[in-house]
Write a protein that binds this ligand. Structure first.
Ligand code: SDX
Length: 427
């Protein structure tokens, strides 16, 4: 018999079951609340509301813990590669050699993107933000892959999943290359998943592609660190769009748009722009710290704070270390990294940030590495989407296989009560 929680209102006491997760998280199951009380809960931003039960990712914000299917992010970043992690997130177990080989084969078999898609890309001005382009292209994939729309069997889902994992990186490379005035290219099936992404993005038409294992390793690690993060804004978007039984591609396209916001994935671009603004302002970090604390100033210290982490974001710690290693191994220096480290130090000693438990998040240092890898700042959030793709897919698949109901929250109406229509001449 599970525990229960009681709610008493105007002398009437109602009991609700308490659900306990495998990591001892507790939730009050209020499925029967409205039927038994006529009341609903109110929780803008869902800060206290669980939307689902999930077996994919576990976060402990107080302790700064992140695990994918029970494996710590630190071990996965150290020992796994991105394709293995994608398989783990989506299917629940680390793949055997045979499973990984089949997964890789099935993805490569789907890596062609219809040439007609290039006409859609051509319709965008070069000034278009890549996140808007990639969201549109992902949605446009539906038209060229109709059998991937109404998928309800695991077999059909698998086919849609490998198609998207295969085609999305091609669209990312096309989006990047179009902006750089480079010819659009296809991948190289002889390469690994992440090396293929790097080659598709950066191969110059008149030069041999030079493989740099350090760059591929750094990119692979970054993609792993971004791969999933339980019910964040964009993942919740993917789930709620998918809950209407909209197809996988449409659900992911919606998630990409949600990720674009500067409060979410768009923060990695905003961080770099903020660090550059500070650098252009004689490195005056104190001025920007003051702006971040000034309630009259809408400026926020981008890359700081988190809805769940009230301790260090474990990904930020790994990325910060990796930034030093990548710059060192590429014999590069980036003054923005030093500014970022100075800001972090100041914030971690500042009562405003300490009181609110604001620490660097995944977006604070990632842009330093993307920049060192030659990725333009406007493409940073697209790289976040590339990393988050397997997580979105895993969450969409879990939601569909569990037969979750269509997402349809309620509200508390605070508008006008009933009033008679007023003719135009009487207004
Ligand atoms: C991601 O959810 C996920 O898991 C997301 C993500 C993922 O992997 O999917 O981790 C990726 O989106 C990381 C977050 C990237 N965004 C940023 O770096 C933008 C800057 N951060 C903030 O906007 C903010 O911290 C959020 C949006 C991340 C979290 O916002 P919350 O949880 O709604 O917190 P809040 O806005 O209520 O802030 C609480 C207090 C407020 O001050 P008071 O009203 O209490 O006085 O902290 C302040 C805020 O003003 N605050 C900040 C701040 N973040 C919060 N003040 C200055 N600078 C900041 N960055």
């Amino acid at each position: 018999m599970s525990d229960t929680a009681q709610l008493t209102y105007k002398g009437k006491t109602m009991e609700f079951p308490v659900v306990e997760g495998t990591e001892n998280e507790l939730a009050i199951d209020i499925k029967a609340l409205r039927a038994s009380s006529g009341m609903i809960t109110l929780d803008p931003g869902y800060k206290n509301t669980g939307s689902c039960e999930s077996a994919i990712t576990f976060l402990n914000g107080e302790k700064g813990i992140l695990r994918y299917r029970g494996y710590s992010i630190e071990e996965l970043a150290e020992h796994a590669d991105f394709l293995e992690v994608a398989y783990l997130l989506i299917f629940g177990e680390l793949p055997t050699k045979e499973q990984l080989a089949k997964f890789d084969h099935d993805i490569k078999a789907e890596s062609h993107v219809d040439e007609e898609m290039k006409k859609i890309l051509d319709g965008f001005p070069k000034s278009a933000h890549p996140m808007g382009v990639i969201a549109s292209l992902t949605s446009a994939l539906i038209a060229f892959n109709p059998s991937s729309v109404n998928v309800s069997s695991e077999k059909d889902m698998y086919h849609a999943i490998v198609r998207l994992l295969a085609k999305f990186p091609v669209l990312v490379s096309w989006t990047h290359r179009k902006r750089m005035g480079l010819p659009l290219d296809y991948g190289d099936d002889s390469l690994g998943y992440v090396e293929n992404i790097h080659k598709m993005m950066f191969k110059r038409p008149n030069k041999e592609y030079q493989k740099n294992p350090l760059v591929i390793e750094a990119l692979d690690k970054l993609l792993i660190l971004h791969a999933d993060h339980e019910q964040n804004c964009s993942t919740s978007t993917v789930r709620i769009v998918g809950s209407s039984h909209a197809g996988l591609f449409a659900s992911i396209s919606a998630g990409i748009s949600a990720l674009w916001g500067p409060l979410h994935g768009g923060a990695n671009q905003a961080v770099l722009e903020m660090l550059q603004a500070i650098a252009d302002d004689d490195g005056d970090t104190k001025k920007y710290m003051a702006k971040a604390k000034d309630k009259e100033d809408p400026f926020r210290l981008m890359g700081f704070g988190h809805r769940v982490y009230k301790n260090f974001d474990p990904r930020a710690k790994i990325i910060k270390r990796s930034a030093d290693n990548v710059l060192g191994s590429l014999h590069m220096e980036d003054p923005l990294l030093e500014i970022a480290k100075g800001l972090e130090k100041e914030a971690l000693e500042d009562p405003y940030f300490v009181k609110r438990k604001l620490y660097p998040n995944v977006d604070f240092y990632s842009g330093i590495i993307y920049r060192a890898l030659g990725i333009p700042v406007e493409m940073f959030t697209v790289m976040f989407a590339l990393g988050r793709l397997p997580g979105w897919i895993a969450q969409w698949r879990e939601m569909r296989l569990r037969g979750e109901p269509i997402g349809r929250p309620r509200q508390v109406y605070i508008g006008e009560t009933l009033r008679p229509f007023k003719k135009l001449e009487d207004r």
